[in-house]
Design a protein around this ligand. Sequence first.
Ligand code: FES
Ligand SMILES: [Fe+2]
Length: 354
Amino acid sequence: MPHITAFARNQWYVAAFTYEVGRELVGRTVLGEPLVLYRAEMDGAAVVLSDRCVHRRFPLSASRLDGDRIVCGYHGFTYDTTGACVGVPGQTRIPRSARVTSYPVVEQDLFVWVWIGDPAIADPASVPRAAHMDSPDWTTVSGMEPVEADYGLLVDNLLDLSHETYLHGGYIGTPEVAETPITTEVDKEAGVVRVSRRMADAACPPFYARSTGIEGRITRWQDIEYHAPCLYLLHSRIAPAGVLPEADGSDPAAFHTEITYAITPSAEGRVYDFWAVSRDFARSDDGVSAFMRDLNHTVVMQDVEALDLLQRTLASEPAGYREVSVGIDAGGLAARRILARLVEEGDKPGEGVR
Ligand code: FES
Ligand SMILES: [Fe+2]
C-alpha cells in the first residue's frame, strides 16, 4: 500500500463534534482545505467557511466574531455566515470577488459533517447514521486525536482488530481476539464492509471487567460496520460465557457497547481520529464514564503512537515495497478497494454520490 491514500472528495466527512462548535472560532483542515467553524447566534446552526481571508490569507480561525460575522484579525475584512465579504476597511465598495467558500454542513448524531467536494451533489440524506451517539438510551464518552499518518493506515488499523491482542494487551486485547477467525461481508454498492469476530469463551479484558463488573470468562462479539470513507461502527456485545441472546432477539443479560470512529483525512499524511464509546449499562454512573473515557483515550494514544511510527517508517522506505496479506486483512483490503473506487468515481463530476 502506498503510504499516501488519495482522498475521495465528493463525500461527507466529520469535521468536529457538535459540542466543539460554539461561539469560539475553531480551525480544522479537512481533505487539505483549511476550515473555520462556529455556531451562529441567529439560528444556532453550525457554519463552516474557508479559513483564509481573501485579502492576505490570514486565518479566520485566529480572528474574532462580531455577532454572526467574522472580522479578520489582520485588517478587518468582515464576512457573514454565507462567506460573503460585507465590509472592508477604508472604503464602501466591496470587490465582487471578495467571498470565502462556505461548505455544506449536516449536524447529526453528535457530529458536524462537512462536504468539501462539488456542493451541487451534496445530499444530506446520504450522511451515514450513528444514532446511539445522541440517544437517551446510551451514555457516550468521546474525544479526538490528530494522527500524523496517512488516513488509509487508520482505516487499516480499525478494520483489523487482531492488533488489540498485541498493541492493546492489558486494556482491550486478550489472546482470543487474535486467535479467533473473522468473517467478512462487503456491500460494494453501499460502500459498507462488515467484519465479525465472535468469541464464545474468552478472557475479559480490563476495559469490560471493570465497567460491567463481570468476573470470569465471557462471550465477546465484535461486529464492525465500516461505511466508507468516514464512519466506523463497532457493535460490541459482552456477556458471561455461555449466555446468548433470547430466541426473540432480546438480550437482557448482555452488556452492549457501541464504539464509533470517524476517520477524517486532514491533509496528506494526517488524519483526525474522532472516537466515542457508548454503553447501554451503568448509564448514569460517572465513575464508569470516567474510566471508559480514560481507558479508551489510552488505547487511542497507543494507536496514534504506532501509526505515527508506521508512517515515518513507510515514508523512509524506497518505493515499491511489498506487503504480505493474510486472512485477518480481508476487511482492510475490501475497504481499500472501496476507497479507491470512491476516489475514481468522485473524479467524474456528478457520479460520486451513492
Ligand atoms: S488578511 Fe484579512 S483583512 Fe487583511
Ligand atoms: Fe487500536
